[in-house]
Design a protein around this ligand. Structure first.
Ligand code: ARG
Length: 267
C-alpha cells in the first residue's frame, strides 16, 4: 500500500517566538538551508515511492512547515488540530481546509490537540501525548472520532513537549518491538505502559534523542532519520530496517525534525 504524506514547504520558516526550549528567536535562521534540507526530505520520500502532497505555506505562520501538527488523519477521517499557543492558532483552519479539499471527512476538534505531534497510531491503537500541548480531553475526543482505543502518555521533560519528539513508530502495524522511545521523557505511569505494551522497543539514548533522533518517519520497512542519531540508526539497521539519514538541522532550531515535517494521510 502506498504511503501518502502531506508536507508544507518552509517558505516562511523562521524562529520569531519561543514556545518550546529549542526556539531561540535571537539567533537568525538560514532560510536557504532550511529549504534545501526540506527538499532533501521531500526527495527521499519520493524515492521511497511515497505519494507526497503539498499544502500552500501561509505568511505569518513560520511553524506551518511542521505539518504533523496540522491534524490527524486515519481511515479517511481528519480530526483538525487546535493549537495550545495563539501564534499557531491559524494553522488549524488552514490544514482543515486542505483536508476538506482532499475529500476527507473533516471533524472539527473541540479540545486542544496538536495533531500527529501528540496522536500516533500503532496498530489499532492511538498513543496520545499530554503534559505540554494536547489536552487529555482531546484523547477521549480522538477515541470517539476514530472509534479506537486511545492510550494517554504523560510527557514530563519540556524539551520533549510533543509525543513525536520522544516516541517513534517504527512499524505502523504494531507489535512488541514496533516503537522506539526515550524513557526519561515520560512519567512513571507512562513508562510502565510503554514497557508493558512494547517489551521489545528500541530504547533510545539521551544523546540520540537530543538531536531529535526519535522524530523519524518509518513506513514499516525503511526509517528516515536524523543522521546525527548514530547509535539509534545502527540499532535500526541491526533490526533489519532500511535507514536513510536526512539532515534537517535547521528545522530543529524551531524544535522539530523529520516527523514534525510529515503528516500521514491514511484513507
Ligand atoms: N515550533 C513548533 C512548536 O513548538 C515545533 C513543532 C514541532 N512539531 C512536532 N510535531 N513535534 O509548536
Amino acid at each position: 500500500m502506498t504511503v501518502s504524506v502531506l508536507m508544507c514547504p518552509p517558505t516562511h520558516f523562521t524562529v520569531s517566538y519561543r514556545i518550546n526550549p529549542w526556539m531561540r528567536p535571537e539567533q537568525p535562521t538560514d532560510a536557504a538551508l532550511a529549504l534545501a534540507q526540506w527538499r532533501n526530505l521531500h526527495a527521499a520520500y519520493r524515492d521511497l515511492g511515497f505519494d507526497v502532497a503539498l499544502i500552500d505555506p501561509l505568511p505569518g505562520l513560520p511553524d506551518m512547515v511542521y505539518a504533523a501538527n496540522g491534524g490527524t488523519v486515519i481511515d479517511g477521517i481528519a480530526l483538525t488540530a487546535r493549537f495550545r499557543h495563539a501564534e499557531r492558532a491559524a494553522e488549524g483552519p488552514a490544514y482543515g481546509a486542505w483536508f476538506g479539499s482532499a475529500g476527507l471527512d473533516v471533524r472539527e476538534a473541540v479540545h486542544v490537540n496538536e495533531g500527529e505531534g501528540d496522536l500516533l497510531a500503532v496498530g489499532d491503537t492511538i498513543y496520545a501525548g499530554t503534559g505540554f500541548r494536547t489536552d487529555p480531553r482531546a484523547h477521549d475526543e480522538a477515541a470517539r472520532v476514530f472509534g479506537r482505543e486511545v492510550v494517554g502518555l504523560r510527557l514530563i521533560d519540556p524539551r520533549y513537549y510533543h509525543l513525536d519528539t520522544a516516541f517513534a513508530v517504527l512499524d505502523p502495524a504494531g507489535g512488541p518491538g514496533s516503537v522506539a522511545y526515550l524513557p526519561s521523557a515520560f512519567d512513571d505511569a507512562a513508562q510502565e505502559v510503554l514497557r508493558f505494551r512494547f517489551p521489545d522497543a528500541v530504547i533510545v539514548s539521551e544523546p540520540d534523542a537530543a538531536v531529535l533522533g526519535l522524530n523519524c518517519f518509518s513506513d514499516g520497512r525503511t526509517v528516515v532519520h536524523a543522521p546525527q542519531a548514530e547509535k539509534f540508526a545502527a540499532e535500526l539497521a541491526e533490526r533489519g530496517f532500511g535507514t536513510v539519514g536526512i539532515d534537517t538541522s535547521e528545522l530543529r532550531r524551531g524544535g522539530g525534525g523529520i516527523k514534525c515535517a510529515t503528516l500521514e494521510i491514511r484513507r
